[in-house]
Design a protein around this ligand. Structure first.
Ligand SMILES: NC(=O)c1ccc[n+]([C@@H]2O[C@H](COP(=O)([O-])OP(=O)(O)OC[C@H]3O[C@@H](n4cnc5c(N)ncnc54)[C@H](O)[C@@H]3O)[C@@H](O)[C@H]2O)c1
Ligand SMILES: [Zn+2]
Length: 442
């Protein structure tokens, strides 16, 4: 392999120290919420968001008032985005069918997809009011048929953000709260005097939110580990440096810790992109964060071949992977670890984030090795069932069951089978023994 690093991000050891700090803060904060409920939420909200209202839940008239503050154009745009997301989520829902099959004569096995009964959707809003995250979680839960959907976003400048509230409301949220960070996910999962706890937490957020969800997992379900945004551009000479630099910085602006990586087989594109990034950082209004992210978490990796580029990309398993090469479909076929793919120069991550219809809540920190992003299927639990409909089947399967239980020493288990072999098969199986094979017994 000939892989050259023209720019590297900060070492893993430094990231581990950041992680440890976040872990400790989250642990202490969740314990506080557990112990003091609403009072803890109020103190934390005051401390981090300078916001301590009478109630964190918006009333119907407060929701109405927020909706009134959003312009008709913005409401139309939100509706357009939600239509696209509903359309794709609906098609995905339709791909998940309940099944029932007869695997042996008289043996019926099936599964049913049942919605999680209550979910808490976190909508980030610390740095930017992420209106689109409301569509991704709340609306998708609605398409899945979740009967209780609660949603929470931090206050923006000391008040609920009207467009976020509108998106939550139009997406089908049943309860809307104005809480941010650890206190939001903690309160929704643990419950307080005023908030009924949910069964599952979903939605992206900063490192504190992602870590809080991770620590709450087990007590509640979570969708996936969706932390600070990562973006990767895989490009060759078919595209120019301006496009690559725009796509890298477009996502590096999310926060101070948003990794961005270029993988290419073209030295001139690699060098050109480095120069373009400097040029754009001088004019990008959000350059302050983007520059820090690029300095600390930016990589430019030059490879000889597409096979090498593919191997590096699969290993890094980044959240967003934008592919702009002479063989985009080859990458589609061979990439196995990533959050979502954006194929060709006409598409881009921002469309995916805001409007095109796929879900933008995606795995970060290599979670793409074991899961895809949030989608309607994450809100559905697949539960199996079985029926035995004939005496013959009860006796036949029971005979095997009897012996396989006794193989493990489970006498009580074996009797569950034996009693059926006796009743439905009319056979004499001694209590606490394994059933003889039918052909040997006769
Ligand atoms: N992976 C994905 O799918 C995806 C999608 C969209 C956004 N994101 C990420 O979501 C993140 C949004 O982050 P954000 O910070 O803007 O908003 P956020 O809503 O996630 O977090 C804001 C909250 O963090 C809490 N907080 C801030 N500083 C704290 C501290 N020192 N200790 C404890 N709590 C603290 C505050 O309570 C505040 O309300 C970004 O990193 C973005 O990249 C990820
Ligand atoms: Zn983004």
């Amino acid at each position: 392999m000939a892989i050259t690093r023209l720019k590297t991000s900060k070492p893993e050891t430094e990231r581990a120290e950041d992680d440890a700090r976040v872990r400790a803060t989250v642990e202490a904060t969740l314990a506080d919420i557990e112990a003091r409920g609403d009072a803890a939420v109020r103190d934390l909200s005051q401390k981090f968001d300078n916001y301590a209202p009478e109630s964190f839940r918006l009333t119907g008239s407060e929701i109405e008032a927020a909706m009134q503050k959003v312009s008709t154009r913005d409401i139309e745009d939100i509706r357009f985005a939600q239509d696209q997301i509903r359309r794709f989520a609906g098609a995905q829902r339709a791909s998940m069918t309940d099944i029932e099959v007869e695997t042996l004569p008289g043996v019926i096995l099936g599964h049913r997809n049942i919605p999680v009964q209550s979910v808490g959707c976190y909508v980030p809003g610390g740095k930017f009011p992420m209106v689109a995250s409301a569509h991704m979680s709340v609306l998708t839960a609605s398409v899945a048929g979740v009967p209780r959907i609660i949603a929470s976003a931090p206050p923006v400048a000391g008040a609920p953000h009207p467009a976020i509230v509108a998106a939550m409301h139009l997406g089908g949220a049943h309860e809307i709260y104005v809480m941010g960070g650890i206190q939001a996910v903690g309160a929704m999962a643990i419950g307080t005097e005023t908030i009924e706890p949910v069964h599952m937490l979903v939605g992206p957020g900063n490192a504190f939110v992602a870590e809080a969800k991770r620590q709450l997992f087990g007590r509640v379900g979570i969708d996936l580990f969706a932390g600070p945004t990562e973006t990767m551009v895989i490009a060759d000479d078919t595209v120019d440096a301006e496009l690559c630099a725009t796509d890298l910085l477009g996502q590096a602006e999310h926060g101070y810790n948003s990794p961005a990586c270029l993988i290419t087989n073209s030295r001139s594109l690699a060098e050109g992109t480095l120069a373009e990034i400097e040029r754009l950082l001088a004019i990008l209004p959000t350059a302050e964060t983007a520059r820090t992210s690029w300095q600390d978490y930016g990589d430019v990796i030059l490879c000889d071949t597409h096979d090498e580029m593919l191997a590096v990309a699969n290993d890094m398993a980044y959240e967003h992977v934008q592919v702009m090469t002479d063989r985009d479909n080859w990458y589609l076929e061979h990439m196995h670890s990533y959050g979502a793919l954006f194929l060709g120069p006409r598409t881009n991550v921002a469309n995916g984030d805001k409007v095109i219809g796929t879900n933008h809540t995606l795995p970060t920190r290599k979670a793409g090795r074991y899961t895809g992003g949030l989608w309607v299927g994450k809100f559905l639990k697949t539960h199996s069932y079985q029926k035995v409909t004939t005496d013959e089947a009860a006796a036949m399967v029971g005979e095997y069951g009897s012996r396989l239980c006794m193989l493990e020493g489970f006498v009580g288990h074996a009797e569950q089978c034996n009693i059926r072999v006796r009743r439905y098969g009319g056979r004499n199986v001694p209590y606490g023994a394994a059933a003889e094979p039918l052909d040997a017994a006769e």
